[in-house]
Design a protein around this ligand. Structure first.
Ligand SMILES: [Zn+2]
Ligand SMILES: [Zn+2]
Length: 351
């Protein structure tokens, strides 16, 4: 396994991708570099690509890889699907290039646009707006755990042919004298045409809760960039473990669903729609392998796990919140007291 660690051309420290500057930044000396500058520097200073020994852990069913950090030499352990991580000891970003080559080379990437600070602020604003949240949920040590992660997706463009024809009926009810009349008016309806639905995302990773991710993974307005490893520096990243062929059916289903809803929307003015011709054909045009950015915060409270997720581009968020039973009890106690006080007051008033 070969490792990549982008080095600062000025001081040699590690470079992280900075979403605000859209450049590589050195935390140590503060210098900032374009992607091209860093690539040139890396090329000119290319070391013998040392193949680092990897050893699948024997007593573990899951494949786990270990290697030594380029920076400090400590042993770093990672999941078999991880493509970018950090050294646990010196915290320098590490990119596992083998996980990004051959079949695993992404076609595109959407780089993070929201940095860690912004992600933490968004989370705080959300959590603080909710009642009964345990205090520890919004502590600094908790916020520190928010993790920027590129998740692997298959992203498809689907060409869709629609030909729907039929009769739409509008119903109106009116009363004349003592009699109620129902009037039906029929109209010929038609929806016909070809369109392409682009960038339909399908998560290509089994090790994360699909439903949770689905609630924030709208990247339809995001700009796809050609893949470059620099974007991973300073973030976690995973490679796919669901094959493209498996994802294709789901992408087609999503496209069909979209087309059906579109047709439904066209005929929404009718009380009844009878379709004589109902053709919706979907065909995949291309499927790309894409890495998409998501902020994830997991939190364990009284033995239960909670997850907060944030789309790394548009800030769309979804979260589960623990409820502090003590705070809740306190609050219901106060409500009870107030009601009791009111009752007593009422009692006094009567007497
Ligand atoms: Zn530097
Ligand atoms: Zn290290």
């Amino acid at each position: 396994m070969s490792l990549l660690n982008y080095k600062c051309p000025s001081c040699g420290a590690s470079i992280n991708y900075d979403p605000n500057l859209d450049k590589g930044a050195c935390d140590y000396c503060g210098n900032v570099f374009t992607l091209e500058e860093l690539e040139d520097y890396a090329k000119n200073n290319e070391k013998e690509e040392k193949d680092i020994k990897t050893s699948p852990e024997e007593d573990n069913q899951e494949e786990i890889l270990s290697y030594s950090c380029d920076n400090c030499g400590a042993e770093v352990v990672s999941n078999a699907t991880t493509s970018a991580t950090f050294c646990y000891y010196c915290h320098s970003p590490v990119i596992l290039t083998k996980q990004l080559q051959g079949d695993f080379k992404p076609d595109y990437i959407v780089p993070f646009a929201i940095d860690k600070k912004k992600a933490q602020e968004t989370f705080l604003n959300w959590a603080k707006s909710k009642p009964y949240v345990p205090r520890s949920f919004t502590e600094a040590s908790q916020l520190e755990k928010i993790t920027g992660m590129y998740l692997p997706y298959w992203m498809g463009d689907a060409k869709t042919h629609v030909n729907v024809q039929g009769i739409g009926t509008k119903t109106s009810v009116y009363t004349r004298g003592d009699t109620e009349y129902t009037e039906y008016r029929d109209y010929p309806i038609t929806a016909h045409g070809d369109f392409t639905i682009e960038k339909i995302p399908e998560l290509a990773f089994t090790q994360i809760d699909r439903d949770l991710v689905k609630s924030v993974d709208d990247f339809s307005n995001a700009e796809l960039r050609d893949f470059n490893m620099l974007y991973l520096s300073g973030f976690f990243s995973e490679r796919y473990d669901i094959e493209k062929e498996k994802a294709e059916k789901s992408i087609i289903d999503q496209a069909k669903n979209y087309a059906q809803n579109f047709v439904k929307g066209q005929f929404s003015g009718y009380d009844n729609v009878k379709k004589d011709v109902d053709e919706i054909n979907t065909e995949l045009e291309k499927v790309s392998y894409v890495l998409l950015p998501t902020w994830v915060l997991t939190y364990n409270y009284l033995g239960k796990n909670y997850v907060y997720m944030l789309n790394g581009v548009n800030g769309m968020a979804y979260g589960e919140l623990p409820v502090d039973q003590k705070k809740l009890a306190l609050r219901s106690g106060i409500i009870f007291l107030i009601i009791l006080a009111l009752l007593l007051l009422g009692g006094k008033f009567i007497w």
